[in-house]
Design a protein around this ligand. Structure first.
Ligand SMILES: Nc1ncnc2c1ncn2[C@@H]1O[C@H](COP(=O)(O)OP(=O)(O)OP(=O)(O)O)[C@@H](O)[C@H]1O
Ligand SMILES: [Mg+2]
Length: 254
């Protein structure tokens, strides 16, 4: 079976730094696939290459069997949505408005292709859907606050809600649990499980919070210094000596 997302021999240099070195990874349709590794391993760079934020790289990225040529402003159109490690919300807009931004291209397409469905109806529909996503991400009570007023963890949740509301086929999450408390992490675990298992969404998850990774991931790929050092099911990766060494080695250096 061909993978839903296939990354083949991805390499990229930044000046003298080989950030990714022939990195390959296959993600199955409907899976939650975690990408982990020490700081600076190249995880966010993989996301940047997939989503068109890196202009020059070697290798190939296939999405649903075809070469992926995503551009940052055309992600939703391509069936992709991503969140950012360092959140980049519209701080002067409300939480609800930020989530709606993730949906605008879908609303427009809906108006264009559904006869008799006017803009006002489409907007009402979009707001109802955004509210549903806010409910599921535990953000309903922050709906009308300015995004810039929330703490980091809640801004990350808004970013997650924005990406989920775009209803992508492939969702790329860069450290969604950073800044969250245990109870909120459990809610994210539940949400991601529901998106993948219930709605068939495919999720690639970059995360340092192992509680989240180990409880939701079907499969884990481990990066270190731009190279894949391990891959497998959570129980296999957890006990892999190279993985333990990669994490501990870095801590000793620090
Ligand atoms: N645009 C860029 N220009 C120069 N160097 C970059 C750029 N993007 C990333 N790097 C470097 O590439 C390496 C990999 O960075 P990346 O952000 O992908 O790591 P990461 O695995 O996401 O780390 P972390 O867990 O800390 O987020 C780092 O050494 C980083 O400094
Ligand atoms: Mg990163």
């Amino acid at each position: 079976m061909t993978a839903f997302l296939s990354i083949r021999d991805l390499s990229i240099r930044f000046g003298g730094l080989q950030a990714l070195d022939r990195f390959s990874m296959d993600v199955e349709r409907g899976a939650i696939h975690a990408l982990i590794g020490p700081n600076g391993a190249g995880k966010s760079t993989v996301f940047n290459c997939i989503s068109g934020f890196c202009s020059r790289f070697d290798g190939e990225i296939l999405f649903d069997g075809a070469p992926l040529e995503a551009r940052p402003h055309r992600l939703v159109h391509a069936g992709l949505a991503r969140t950012f490690q360092h959140v980049d919300l519209l701080r002067q807009l409300t939480v609800l408005e930020n989530v709606l931004v993730g949906m605008t291209s879908r609303v427009r397409r809906y108006c264009a292709f559904t006869p008799g469905f006017g803009r006002a109806a489409a907007e009402r529909d979009a707001i109802a859907q955004a509210d549903e996503v806010l409910e599921r991400t535990g953000l309903a009570r922050y709906r009308n606050l300015l995004a810039g007023e929330l703490d980091f963890g809640h801004q990350k949740l808004v970013d997650l809600a924005r990406a989920v509301a775009a209803r992508p086929r492939l969702l790329l999450l860069d450290e969604p649990a950073a800044g969250l408390r245990n109870r909120e992490i459990s809610e994210v675990v539940e949400l991601l499980g529901d998106l993948a298992r219930g709605q068939g969404m495919t999720i690639v998850l970059v995360e340092h919070v192992m509680q989240l990774v180990m409880s939701v991931a079907d499969r884990i790929t481990v990066l270190s210094f731009g190279q894949k050092i391990a891959e497998g099911e959570p129980h296999e990766v957890r006990s892999n000596p190279s993985v333990i060494e990669a994490y501990l080695g870095r801590e000793h250096h620090a």
